[in-house]
Design a protein around this ligand. Sequence first.
Ligand code: GRF
Length: 190
Amino acid sequence: MATKPKIAVFASGNGSNFQAIADAIQTGKLNAELALVVTDRPEAFVVERARRLGIESFSFVPAQFDSKGLYEEMLKEKLVEYGVEWIVLAGYMRLIGPVLLEAYDNRIVNIHPSLLPAFPGKDAIGQTIASGAEMAGVTVHFVDAGMDTGSIISQKSFPIEGRDRAAVEAEIHKLEHELYPATLQELFAR
Ligand code: GRF
């Protein structure tokens, strides 16, 4: 592994976690190089964030491909072209298929807004609140073929009591923005 691993961030939406990673690199807290942002939604705000930071982004439209295998082959070529060593999922709303899982074995990570293995999948924050759980939190994990099922790398939690949904969401995002860059730094230094 290079001392400064090249990473690609995959995102489908706002990109606040991408921003936190880019900021951590800029301030020297995360020793990595942001080679590329990849999105499956060309209109996503993450593209604008990348543009403002002068980081290359690559958009694709999955519906224009006959299969996940085909668009992942195309993505793999792109990642190889940019020398990407790690794939960092940050709000990327698709399961990763065998093509990228094999090419980036144990080098794909994700952040999820629950204390996995509890509440995988969509609206994890809503699921957490609806369950009556006392604690909420965030998880960084390796990606496998399942939905938020890969082995856990790090977690942070907090008590829900006294917080409405908006406050829980705000706390989740705050923790994500601290935990993701710090976990990547630790992972890359292994
Ligand atoms: C985060 O809550 C992350 O845990 C989940 O999707 C959300 C992405 O937010 N996987 P953002 O696009 O990084 O702001």
